[in-house]
Design a protein around this ligand. Structure first.
Ligand code: 3EB
Length: 312
């Protein structure tokens, strides 16, 4: 159960890939050489491969593609471009939850959302990210998924029309939603950040498995701190990560999302000494227009974890 990992590699060289995410060009989710694939352009040539090393069964239906191995499932979907996203996001998420539940993997513990034009206004003048959050909140509300185990998440922009998303789920219950005491739980953000708060936990701990940390940014309480200051935002983000996983060096599958291409070099300089493993850098907009950097990672099952576990 604890062999879930993500590598940046040619999927052809990985035994039993569960799902792949390409960060180069955009194409619709598909089954590619036997593996569910999602393509999200984020200014990178990398391909990410999720695997547990166990044989995978794949399928698709209702616009959702999936792969599963008996313990874990990966699924991917898209929401087409829309002047109002909430209904489409709600529908796509409920289709994904339904597909995962039908396959026998109802416990969603991690999600990634890649939102085109994330900071632009929708037809009602509502920021696209906030519109997305409304649909996602409605989907979680309408699903049988327990709200005390919200998945960890990443929510960033993408160079595509519409929204692409991927989910990881388990057959068994028991993952723990973890919060960061330096930050207000996202699902309790005040409504100044939008009509419905973001539905995610700061991290997700799998029983006997890895500790998956959400996209983390320069937010203390519910406020963005160090607006316009790249290095300070990066340090606050690293401090937020270290609150959840004190041994930052051991983090794996580290992904760093940088708003401005011109800032990548400085962010690399600040992050490279911090992590032992491979770090992937992407350039894309982020969910608040004042955020300049967002970082996610995965601590191995054995790493120390210092965090507040809250009932969501
Ligand atoms: C934040 O902490 C920064 O909406 O799924 C980070 C991770 C962020 C996930 C999401 C948003 C999301 O609020 C933004």
């Amino acid at each position: 159960m604890d062999r879930l990992r993500s590598v940046f590699a040619d999927p052809g060289g990985v035994a039993h890939p569960l799902g792949i995410v390409g960060y180069g060009a955009a194409t619709a989710p598909s089954i590619r050489t036997g593996t569910p694939a999602l393509d999200i352009p984020l200014a990178s040539a990398l391909t990410e491969v999720w695997t547990t090393g166990r044989p995978v069964t794949t399928g698709s239906g209702g616009g959702i593609t999936f792969g599963h191995d008996g313990d874990y499932a990966f699924c991917a979907g898209v929401v087409p471009p829309s002047p109002r996203y909430a209904p489409g996001v709600r529908d796509a998420y409920l289709r994904a939850f339904g597909a995962l539940a039908d396959l026998g993997y109802p416990y969603v513990f991690r999600m990634w959302n890649f939102v085109g034009r994330i900071n632009a206004a929708n037809a009602d003048g509502l920021e696209t990210y906030r519109d997305f959050c409304r649909g996602r909140a409605e989907a979680f509300e309408s699903s049988p998924l327990p709200l005390d185990t919200l998945p960890a998440a990443t929510g960033v922009g993408a160079h595509l029309p519409g929204i692409g998303f991927s989910l990881l789920a388990r057959r068994e219950p028991g993952h723990v939603a973890v919060e960061n005491h330096r930050q207000v739980p996202a699902y309790r953000y005040p409504d100044r950040y939008g009509p419905r708060p973001p539905s995610f936990a700061r991290a997700s701990r799998l029983p006997g498995g890895p500790f998956l940390i959400s996209g983390t940014a320069s937010i203390l309480g519910h406020r963005t701190v160090h607006a316009g200051e790249l290095a300070s935002q990066c340090r606050t983000t690293l401090d937020n990560l270290a609150t959840l996983a004190p041994d930052l060096r051991s983090l794996q599958a580290v992904k760093v999302y940088v708003r401005h291409a011109a800032d990548v070099e400085e962010i690399r300089r600040l992050c490279a000494p911090v992590f032992d493993g491979e770090v992937a850098y992407f350039t894309t907009d982020l969910c608040r227009s004042d955020l300049l950097v967002e970082i996610e990672g995965m601590a191995p099952a054995t790493a120390p974890v210092k965090a507040t576990e809250t009932v969501c």
